[in-house]
Ligand binder design. Structure first.
Ligand code: NAP
Length: 341
């Protein structure tokens, strides 16, 4: 049955610490009509990503925050349901940034047509999309692993981490994944074929990580920070590279972080081991996107890169699924099926 009303999830209040359901509000209204030069998009898939937690906060960052009352931001795959735009026809499938809603109007700017016969549409939001690209540029432009070197990545079963380790292996490096729980670790080792996987929830995590990296660590692809970083720092080799991609363990933090200030000790390691610590936001490497897509399509076709998606049904479940992402409850690239393709 086709939908007769549009739904959207707006930011109801700015969270302090971990978001709760009351920070989101589901609203309903009429499906909008496209004006001249516009298309009506029906969102099929919504990508849920850790960066969205940052958009819920006020204050300066690399991107504008979502204002209270505004639709939550997000990447989407959508179907053109009505068109008054010469470049798009009804039924076209597009990559858009329509946010947490069932319908959106667009003037066509920023839309990218997808070919559902070339690759599953969902991959445009995952392995062939922003997260896959993040892994690719962070590893190949900053981490630059040489054959035989050891690459460690956390959140290793997730959208970015899973790709980091698999590209590391393609480049001849040894990939060690860190993931939460035995199920994810088994997947990282048996399905993604990393050389080792270590559970960061295990009481002897630091020791297990050291055992999994007998020659130390040459590239640490930083996705989480906190206790995981603490365990990696003593293992870093001279001239190790640390692409700082994300710090998800800190996204819900309020006030000063617990425990001693580790910055002086970490900087001493940066100095004495000649480490390279380099933060990045994937979009700075945008010109590399076509190269990435060509390479990734080849790896997927040859089965050298595998991926896992975690699909939640229904827009109304997006808040709960997003809160789970910040606690490691997702298993693979987190998507919401908003409507059928
Ligand atoms: P994801 O890995 O699919 O999902 C998030 C995972 O983070 C969870 O499943 C969980 O995995 C782990 N996690 C959550 N809370 C944690 C905690 N307190 N301690 C340790 N691990 C925790 O997400 P993703 O989209 O691939 O993103 C991974 C990282 O990349 C995030 O930090 C994100 O912000 C960053 N990122 C950066 C850019 C950029 O341009 N710089 C672009 C995209 C993503 P476990 O259960 O295995 O711990």
């Amino acid at each position: 049955m086709s939908q007769t009303r549009a739904q959207r999830v707006v930011l109801a209040s700015r969270p302090r610490g971990a978001p709760t359901v009351s920070d989101f509000r589901l609203e309903e209204g009429p499906i909008p009509e496209p004006g001249e030069g516009q298309v009506l998009l029906r969102v099929a898939l919504l990508s849920l990503d850790p960066y969205m937690r940052g958009r819920m906060d006020a204050g300066p960052s690399y991107a504008r925050p979502v204002e209270v009352g505004e639709v939550m931001e997000g990447g989407t795959a959508a179907v053109v349901d009505a068109s008054r735009h010469p470049g798009f026809a009804v039924g076209d499938v597009v990559l858009s940034h329509s946010g947490w809603q069932t319908h959106a109007l667009s003037d066509g700017k920023g839309l990218r047509r997808l070919d559902p016969t070339a690759a599953p549409v969902s991959t445009a939001l995952g392995v062939l999309g922003m997260p896959g690209f993040t892994a690719y540029v962070g590893l190949t432009e900053i981490g630059r692993p040489a054959p035989g070197e050891t690459v460690v990545v956390a959140a290793a079963s997730g959208a970015v981490g899973s790709v980091v380790g698999q590209i590391a292996r393609i480049r001849g490096a040894r990939a060690v994944g860190i993931a939460g729980g035995e199920r994810k670790c088994t997947f990282v080792k048996s399905e993604l074929l990393f050389d080792a996987a270590v559970d960061h929830r295990a009481p002897d995590f630091a020791q297990r990580l050291a055992e999994a990296c007998p020659k130390g660590v040459d590239v640490y692809f930083e996705n989480v920070g906190g206790a995981v970083l603490d365990a990696v720092v003593p293992l870093l080799n001279d001239f190790a590279r640390i692409p700082v991609c994300g710090l998800i363990s800190q996204y819900n933090a309020v006030g000063p972080f617990p425990g001693p200030d580790r910055l002086p000790l970490t900087l001493r390691q940066v100095l004495t081991k000649s480490l390279t610590l380099r933060g990045f936001i994937q979009r700075e490497f945008a010109p590399l996107r076509p190269t990435f897509e060509r390479e990734m399509r080849g790896w997927l076709a040859k089965g050298q890169v595998r991926y896992r998606e975690d699909v939640v049904e229904g827009l109304e479940r997006a808040p709960e699924a997003f809160m789970g992402l910040l606690e490691g409850k997702n298993f693979g690239k987190l998507l919401v099926r908003v409507s059928p393709l």
